[in-house]
Design a protein around this ligand. Structure first.
Ligand SMILES: Nc1ncnc2c1ncn2[C@@H]1O[C@H](COP(=O)(O)OP(=O)(O)OP(=O)(O)O)[C@@H](O)[C@H]1O
Ligand SMILES: [Mg+2]
Length: 257
């Protein structure tokens, strides 16, 4: 991400200006002006409570800002609701509770794909992105590595497989922009490795916004890293630049020195 002001609409997915969110007097996101370029894995890191999830909620429309403005490509979306932003192709991971436990993995993915076919989720996406229902369902299952588990009831999956199914439900609509908030939380090393592979597999042709605490993973897969601290942007740069940034080391990455 860069803080450049001159980007044209095709260069970025999101642009924020003075974006602020307060919770009864407490400022969780504090006047963030940021441009998030198109493509790549754009990661946000920062200590607990830095405002990362709140920032995601502002981008996806789950929360309205207290102040400031947001653009998606060339369109101002500040006052659009979450479902309207989803229709523009902004998808975010849901909680596991959005998985239908009593249905099979295949049925869960098919329902998510079908929502797109019915025009409920991504009305504005070109039809060529959708394809045939069964083909698209199988493609998603393959992408998330759950083809072999297609017939299993979702509630019987391991935690890691449920998180991958969750990502499958997000990519079912083939969204150009994905927001993933701590997709590796609670995963075993093997599950983490598989999910990192998955994120890399689904990233070409998309922009992935990632919030993640696993710093080794962050350094390995991020195109750029934005460091949040107390609701504001402390630093932006490539993994190498962030690793070398003294303010970041002092505030957050001391263990990397
Ligand atoms: N709905 C809310 N009501 C009141 N305070 C909130 C609310 N949501 C977040 N906060 C507060 O805003 C601050 C930022 O929270 P946020 O969840 O955005 O942090 P985070 O960077 O995602 O942290 P973590 O790494 O722990 O997930 C925290 O102090 C949190 O307690
Ligand atoms: Mg969070």
């Amino acid at each position: 991400m860069t803080s450049g002001e001159q980007s044209s609409a095709n260069d970025y997915v999101f642009r924020t200006e003075g974006l602020t969110r307060r919770f009864s007097g407490f400022t969780a996101v504090n006047s963030v002006t940021l441009t998030i370029p198109t493509g790549g894995v754009r990661t946000i890191i920062g200590p607990n409570g830095a405002g990362k999830t709140t920032f995601f909620n502002l981008l996806s429309g789950l929360l309205p800002p207290s102040e400031g403005r947001i653009w998606f490509k060339d369109r101002e979306i500040t006052s659009l609701l979450a479902y309207q932003r989803a229709r523009l192709g902004i998808a975010r991971s849901f909680q596991i509770t959005n998985i239908f436990g009593h249905l099979t993995v295949y049925e869960n993915v098919r329902l998510a794909v079908q929502a797109v076919h019915d025009g409920k989720a991504n009305f504005f996406l070109p039809a060529r992105r959708m394809g045939d229902l069964a083909t698209q369902t199988e493609r998603v299952l393959n992408d998330v590595g759950l083809s072999d588990a297609a017939g299993a009831r979702a509630e019987n999956l391991s935690h890691g497989d449920q998180r991958r199914l969750e990502i499958g439900l997000v990519i079912a609509s083939d969204p150009p922009v994905l927001l993933l908030d701590e997709p590796l939380a609670g995963m075993s090393p093997t599950e983490t490795h598989e999910t990192v592979d998955l994120i890399q597999r689904i990233s070409p042709g998309r922009t992935i916004l990632l919030v993640e605490h696993d710093i080794d993973v962050v350094m390995a897969i991020s195109t750029t890293i934005t460091v949040f601290q107390t609701g504001a942007v402390l630093a932006i740069g490539t993994p190498q630049e962030i690793r070398a940034n003294e303010a970041v080391q002092r505030a957050y990455l001391g263990e990397l020195v």
